[in-house]
Design a protein around this ligand. Structure first.
Ligand SMILES: [Zn+2]
Ligand SMILES: [Zn+2]
Length: 406
């Protein structure tokens, strides 16, 4: 730092006093073991001894930093108490005028080792946070503590906790996601507890509300590996999902207990299994959907007229191994573009129940619209059960028996 001293002296003589933080960033240098703020404090003393730059407020920060830091650190520690975390990181927001002054000074004197005031502050606050809490500083921390010097405020950005699991839906009429609150239209009101959403009647809500209690989170989001229709059950080993806990105050909970609680509270409606901790990365993979995902469905099919065993044999033969072309079904056309989807059916098995109804199991690619595979959707899906039979057919009940390949 010796070569910089004359320059610092010159700057201070011309521009006026600088606080230890701004001095520290001015001399900067490699961010080694000694933080700039400490180097700055030492330099401040040296300048004092040589009688330079003693007067007035800091020429860069107007003493904003020194004047607010202590209080902000205290506030941060208060906010952090009662929240679980195993790593932290500091963030800093500075007012634009401060950065402008800093830039002007940098352009005018071009101090060779200058580091931004912001970085100097971040390094300093990292040290303080770590010393005060004992938590290590990490690049991708559980909590990012942002010190906003412009607003004199502290904000915690708590990383979500992700839980992987599989859900079974044993009752029809349950949607996967929460519905918008009908009272406020999603803006948030007293009726929906300011979430904008209604938890009842959805897989997301039933699982999420229980997890929310355990993780003391503000909110939650269910990311599913695809979704079934509201009126379809989801059976077998269930559908994979990752639940994202938003702003959780707890990061570790007994997942076995959560599983038990969900399965007891929603007995006969929704069940979860295989809960474990997960990551944002897994959410991405789940959402992309593996191209190899296949699904096994069970459908109850009703035919206009009557069906014979021969008819059913024809359906099995015609559809097993068939490539199905589907234009976007009429029932979802209002929210999806009209495209042609091509999916494969691997196996179809049938079982006659009475004159006009039969049960059908279908093993097919994920994304195939099974209701339309049965009805033909007025020729928009082909081939179809209706087309093979030459009669109207419709899907009275649908269950997902298995999601394979996740
Ligand atoms: Zn300053
Ligand atoms: Zn509402």
């Amino acid at each position: 730092m010796e070569p910089d001293f004359e320059l610092v002296r010159e700057i201070v003589e011309r521009e006026g006093r600088l606080c230890r933080f701004c001095l520290g960033s001015l001399i900067g240098g490699k961010l080694g073991a000694i933080p700039n703020a400490v180097k700055g404090a030492a330099l401040e003393r040296t300048l004092e001894l040589s009688g330079v730059g003693l007067e007035g407020p800091c020429a860069i920060c107007d003493d904003l930093i020194g004047g607010s830091l202590e209080e902000l650190v205290e506030r941060a520690l208060r906010l952090l108490s009662g929240v679980e975390y195993s790593s932290l990181k500091a963030g800093v927001k500075l007012p634009p005028w401060l950065i402008e002054r800093e830039d002007r000074l940098r352009a005018k004197y071009n101090p060779p080792n200058m580091v931004s005031v912001k970085l100097t502050l971040i390094k300093w606050l990292d040290l303080v946070l770590s010393a005060e809490t004992g938590a290590p500083i990490e690049k991708d921390p559980d909590i990012l503590v942002t010190f906003d010097l412009a607003l004199k405020d502290v904000e915690l950005k708590i990383n979500p906790v992700f839980i992987y699991g599989r859900y079974r839906k044993l009752e029809r009429g349950i949607s996967q996601s929460r519905r918008k609150c009908p009272y406020c239209g999603g803006r948030g009101c007293e009726k929906c507890n300011w979430t904008g959403k209604i938890a009842e009647g959805s897989v997301e809500g039933m699982i999420g509300e229980v997890m929310k209690e355990f993780f003391e989170s503000e909110d939650y989001v269910l990311h599913g590996a695809g979704r079934e229709d509201v009126d379809a059950r989801m059976l077998g080993r269930g559908r994979p999902f990752v639940m994202e806990m938003v702003n959780p105050r707890k990061r570790r909970a007994d997942l076995k207990k959560i599983e038990e609680e969900i399965n007891t509270r929603w007995r006969g409606k929704v069940e979860v299994l295989d809960l474990r901790y997960s990551s944002r990365e897994e959410v991405r993979r789940l959402k992309e959907g593996s191209p190899e995902v296949r699904k096994l469905y069970r459908a109850l099919v009703e035919v206009d007229g009557f069906v014979t065993e021969d008819d059913l044999k024809r359906v099995e033969r015609a559809l097993t191994g068939a490539v199905i072309r589907q234009r976007t079904p009429k029932r979802v056309a209002w929210r999806r573009a009209d495209l042609v989807r091509v999916r494969r059916v691997y196996e179809v098995k049938t079982k006659k129940l009475d004159e006009r109804t039969f049960e059908m199991t279908v093993l097919c690619d994920g994304g195939l619209y099974v209701k339309e595979l049965i009805s033909g959707d007025d020729g928009r899906t082909t081939p179809s059960v209706a087309e093979v039979l030459g009669k109207k057919a419709f899907c009275r009940e649908l269950d997902v028996l298995e999601v394979l390949g996740h």
